[in-house]
Design a protein around this ligand. Structure first.
Ligand code: ES4
Ligand code: ZN
Length: 324
């Protein structure tokens, strides 16, 4: 089954590129850039990854990315990930990036975008991998700051596949970003948002009604609202579910308790994703395998889930045809 899951062409729709920073590269970049970290070894980094909830993870995630300073760093970060993903049978990667977290540290938007752009072009050339870029807004920062970022990103509007909404969910409902997402829509940019990871089903409704998103990242708490489930099913809205993330951030206590089987039974349009693979104990293949172990799904179920992702991906129709 591992071999089958590995060979299955997989598209990843929910990934934070800063969340692919493996301890090894983190230490190497700290050294290269003279950044000090509160860890003496890679093992100490790994030992610190014992999270209580989303916020306790975000604290280490923002600390970890402090080693990313130059264009080359962002290139190395993304290229290392693309190579690992390629080895797991991933053929298409859509990455969220959090520019506000870098701007706040004095790293220019251009540095981030050019570095990631170089890696994307290499992945296409050398790995036959397609990629997409989702510029995310940090929801625990003011909406005005998100709007400034959107305007500042004008040179990159052309290369953005979508805008997204991430970081600490509770207390920061989607409606806070109504204006920003309206502006993105006016610019012709597709929209996605994290909702219903730790937040209530109401946040998923808001993401649909106020932000007009085409996909919901996580969305697992929709099950608490049967009317919402019916709506998501009827609209065919894709949920980008991240099993190992939900486990490591204690959205569920054990993978066996994960709502995936019920989401599947409800007829929802689901995809499997890794979220922050360096922090949550595995990439796409590990997420697929963890589901296999927990739910004993058939090959057909995995084929359906992988196809859902290719169907919903931001990619050219020519590429989609090639992959289907
Ligand atoms: C994230 Cl798991 C998760 N949730 C919300 N925001 C994030 N940013 C990076 N990983
Ligand atoms: Zn996420």
């Amino acid at each position: 089954m591992r071999d089958f899951l590995k060979r299955l062409p997989k598209a990843e729709l929910h990934l934070h590129i800063e969340g692919t920073l493996e301890p090894e590269l983190m230490m190497a970049l700290a050294e290269r850039n003279g950044v000090s970290l509160p860890y003496a070894s890679e093992d100490e980094v790994r030992a610190a990854y014992d999270f209580e909830d989303l916020q306790s993870f975000l604290d280490l995630y923002f600390q970890g990315m402090s080693v990313l300073r130059t264009e080359r760093d962002f290139h190395d970060l993304a290229m290392d990930y693309f190579q690992r993903a390629h080895a797991e049978g991933v053929v298409h990667v859509e990455m969220h990036v959090d520019p506000q977290a870098h701007l706040a540290r004095g790293v220019a938007l251009e540095t981030v975008m050019e570095g990631l752009g170089q890696a994307r072009r290499r992945a296409e050339r050398e790995l036959d991998m397609s990629t997409a870029l989702i510029m995310a807004f940090l929801r625990d920062r003011p909406a005005e700051e998100a709007m400034q970022l959107l305007e500042r990103a004008e040179p990159y509007w052309e290369i953005l596949d979508a805008v997204g909404l991430d970081s600490a969910e509770l207390g920061h409902p989607p409606a806070k970003f109504a204006e920003v997402f309206q502006r993105a829509r006016a610019l012709g940019l597709p929209r996605v948002a994290h909702a219903g990871e730790e937040g209530p089903p109401e946040y998923i409704r808001e993401a649909l009604d106020v932000l007009d998103v085409c996909r919901v990242d996580h969305g697992v708490r929709c099950l608490e609202d049967p009317e919402l489930v019916a709506r998501l099913r009827e609209q065919g809205t894709v949920l980008t579910v991240c099993p190992l993330s939900n486990l490591r951030l204690k959205v569920v206590e054990r993978l066996d308790d994960h709502p995936l089987p019920e989401l599947l039974k409800s007829g929802l349009n689901l995809t499997l994703n890794s979220d922050d693979p360096a922090y949550f104990g595995g990439g796409m293949l590990e997420n697929f395998e963890a589901c296999q172990r927990a739910f004993d799904w058939s090959r057909g179920t995995f084929i359906d889930l992988a196809r859902n992702a290719i169907d919903a991906a931001f990619m050219s129709e020519a590429r989609r045809t090639e992959l289907l």
